[in-house]
Design a protein around this ligand. Structure first.
Ligand SMILES: Nc1ncnc2c1ncn2[C@@H]1O[C@H](COP(=O)(O)OP(=O)(O)OP(=O)(O)O)[C@@H](O)[C@H]1O
Length: 436
């Protein structure tokens, strides 16, 4: 497992709700900065808005985490705590490595200075040396694409221009953790695409936390989604289920008092962690009936190496669905995700009424998966929403090549020759085929 760059452990944060309390809160911050503690321990009371309550999450190198939630859910507060701009009232925030933030477009940009002169200034505020920023400056200038405007005072920049400069500085500060709060929305479409592409490169060796109301961008960029609901983590896991929950919150279906509890990871300790979160919206679909089938249509728990694999899904709809399709992420015995198969790539989504039985079959004619217990998940979608996410039944692949490496052994042929002069005339040649 890769290194944790950010951990929030039971973090709560409140803000004074009473008019005039701002000054006392400011004095408290100063006291805390000077003495490292509050003048008196503070608990969220009637005069306090609880922005975050008991939030725990860990962000690791290589992750791109989208944070979504309705207005006032606590997203910005979470990011400001993560960046160290705010101190928690309770709990602990731990950061490792270099952090870069893109939360306030004016941060590090002095209105009277030119964009070019702001580069070392913003770098210094992020803890980078003058030499580091001098080395990064040509890349920053090229990435932001401001041209001659880079020599104009930033006080006259539009918000999109400030974003270009701020983003270019943040990503070229070589951060381990990049925290981005919604600001991308002010960029034009081509620049936003460039930002996403750059963040994709960055996440290979760092981690990115992106607060956004743009669900398409979150779906495209993030491999994990945290949904905040009134200061609490309502969901933390794969984007598809997280965004589905967010949409329901937005529709008011789950945000209201007395609504069904937010879907969470299965409590079932037997399910490997990499298959989670599991999810089932019982108001829309019954449990998924899943089976691996042999050639004769009988359910099997083992399959010989190389034999065709057929998975069948059946489920009864409890509510009408407009665009049903199925996704099947496949995981190797060690938990590595090796593939994802989606029915909508081969077959258009289907509509059905309440009471209908959905049946889907997936056949992989020559999978050549290496021996061992394979895992997977069946995900039943209705358009952008997820109805259920359930583990596949156990499947063990048996037999196969006498030696094997990695996750699969493709059908392949070899030639091999050896000789003093030109092969194969003077040497010997061997032709071999990997066994079927
Ligand atoms: N400085 C502050 N003083 C008082 N209340 C605050 C302060 N900052 C945040 N809050 C309150 O904390 C709650 C969470 O705010 P936060 O800005 O974190 O939400 P958000 O999810 O980022 O919202 P949005 O989507 O509207 O940007 C809100 O009720 C907000 O009014």
């Amino acid at each position: 497992m890769s290194a944790a760059l950010l951990s929030l452990d039971g973090v709560s944060k409140g803000f004074p709700a009473a008019p005039g309390a701002d000054r006392r809160a400011w004095a408290r911050q100063v006291w805390r900065a000077l003495w490292g503690r509050d003048p008196v321990p503070r608990a969220a009371g009637p005069g306090t808005v609880a922005a975050l309550e008991g939030v725990s999450l860990t962000v690791r190198r290589g992750e791109s985490v989208g944070v979504v939630g309705l207005n006032g859910a606590g997203k910005t507060t979470l990011l400001r705590l993560a960046a160290g701009h705010l101190a928690p009232d309770a709990g602990r925030v731990t950061r490792t490595g270099r952090v870069a933030t893109l939360m306030d477009l004016t941060a590090g940009l002095a209105p009277a200075l030119s964009g070019r002169d702001c580069i070392p200034l913003a770098g210094a505020l992020a803890g980078r040396s003058r030499a580091e920023m001098a080395a990064a400056a040509p890349h920053i200038e090229a990435f932001c694409g401001l041209g001659p405007a880079l020599d104009r005072p930033v006080g006259g920049y539009s918000s999109g221009m400030a974003l270009r400069l701020g983003f270019a500085i943040a990503v070229h500060c070589d951060p381990d953790l990049l925290l981005v709060d919604e600001v991308l929305s002010v960029g034009d479409f081509p620049f936003r695409q460039r930002c996403l592409a750059r963040m994709m490169v960055l996440r290979e060796r760092a981690a990115v936390v992106l607060v956004s109301h743009n669900l398409a961008e979150v779906a495209r960029f993030c491999d994990r989604v945290v949904v905040l609901d009134r200061g609490r983590v309502a969901y933390d896991g794969l984007p598809e289920a997280g965004l589905a929950l967010y949409r329901r919150l937005a529709e008011g279906a789950e945000g209201a008092e007395g609504a069904a509890p937010a879907p969470r990871d299965s409590e079932d300790g037997a399910t490997p962690g990499f298959l989670k979160p599991l999810f089932h919206d019982a108001t829309r679909v019954g449990p998924l009936d899943l089976a691996w089938l042999d050639d004769g249509g009988a359910a099997v728990a083992t399959a010989p190496f190389g034999a065709p694999l057929t998975l069948r899904l059946r489920a009864r709809l409890a509510a009408p669905a407009r665009a049903l399709f199925v996704g099947v992420p496949l995981y190797a015995p060690d938990g590595t995700r090796i593939s994802g198969l989606a029915s909508d790539l081969a077959h258009p989504p289907v509509a059905a009424g309440a009471g209908a039985t959905v049946t889907a079959t997936l056949t992989v004619p020559a999978p050549r998966l290496n021996p061992g217990p394979w895992h997977g998940v069946a995900v039943l979608h209705d358009g952008p929403g997820t109805l259920a996410r359930q583990p596949l039944p156990p499947l063990t692949i048996t037999g196969g090549p006498s030696r094997h490496w990695g996750h699969w052994t493709p059908a392949a042929t070899w030639t091999l020759s050896a000789g003093a002069r030109s092969a194969p005339e003077e040497g010997c040649e061997a032709r071999a085929k990997v066994p079927e």
